[in-house]
Ligand binder design. Structure first.
Ligand SMILES: Nc1nc2c(ncn2[C@@H]2O[C@H](COP(=O)(O)OP(=O)(O)OP(=O)(O)O)[C@@H](O)[C@H]2O)c(=O)[nH]1
Ligand SMILES: [Mg+2]
Length: 212
């Protein structure tokens, strides 16, 4: 999988390596852990095991020859731990907020998540939205145009995915990593293009997702 983003060029050289801290947020049961499991291990588990607090995974990718070490923070979506998990996403570089396309209230929570992120972070992390469970498009309660309108209103990237089928999961994480890399590259370096390559990439196309 190759993802490209065009960025104005500059004579400065890129660093050989960098570290990015990324957090996955969203209401309980939206599929945060499933998305990370799909991204990191290429697997899906239909059994629901709620995340207690947070979990950390590590992964390395290369962007234009730069070795990028990712720390991926999974978080619990249960309301009763919401204030406890704030420390997990404080001062991260990038955040993916996930909602479940079949459950309206998880989409309505996005505004609250955005508010929380702004309150907790002074460093303006890169933020993107992900609508999960697209394989259940028959039961979708959030039409794509409505989600797109919300994303545009907040100036955010939106992707609809399925952790179950793997549809668009790699693309969504590539967007998160590339968007964060572009905004948070240390030293203000500018490059001509970002090419993100990952030998673990298993998603070959995005044609598996139904359209709402
Ligand atoms: N059909 C379908 N089911 C999914 C998908 N992603 C996750 N699930 C199921 O939804 C349930 C919740 O998934 P989790 O990944 O545990 O959700 P979570 O957001 O991590 O939940 P918390 O840890 O409680 O915050 C599980 O039973 C998953 O198997 C998907 O893309 N499609
Ligand atoms: Mg979880």
């Amino acid at each position: 999988m190759m993802t490209s983003l065009l960025i104005p060029s500059d004579k400065k050289k890129l660093p050989t390596s960098c570290k990015l801290k990324l957090a996955i947020l969203g209401d309980k049961h939206v599929g945060k852990t499933s998305l990370l499991t799909r991204y990191i291990r290429g697997m899906f588990n239909p059994t629901y095991i709620h995340t207690a607090g947070g979990d950390i995974s590590e992964k390395s990718v290369h962007i234009n020859g730069v070795s990028v070490h990712l720390t991926l923070i999974d978080s619990a979506g249960h309301k009763y731990v919401r204030s406890l998990i704030k420390s997990l996403y404080r001062n991260v570089h990038g955040i993916m907020i996930v909602y479940d396309v079949t459950r309206e209230h998880t989409f309505e929570s996005l505004t609250d998540w955005l508010r929380q992120i702004n309150m907790v972070n002074t460093n303006s992390p890169f933020v993107m939205l992900v609508g999960n469970k697209k394989d259940l498009s028959t039961y979708s309660r959030i039409p794509t145009p409505r989600a797109m309108a919300f994303a545009q209103q907040h100036g955010l990237v939106l992707m609809e995915v399925s952790a179950k089928t793997g549809c668009n999961v790699m693309e969504a994480f590539n967007s998160l990593v590339c968007g964060t890399f572009k905004e948070k590259l240390p030293g203000g370096y500018m490059i001509d293009s970002i090419k993100l390559s990952d030998e673990q990439d298993k998603d070959k196309d995005g044609s598996c997702c139904g359209r709402s």
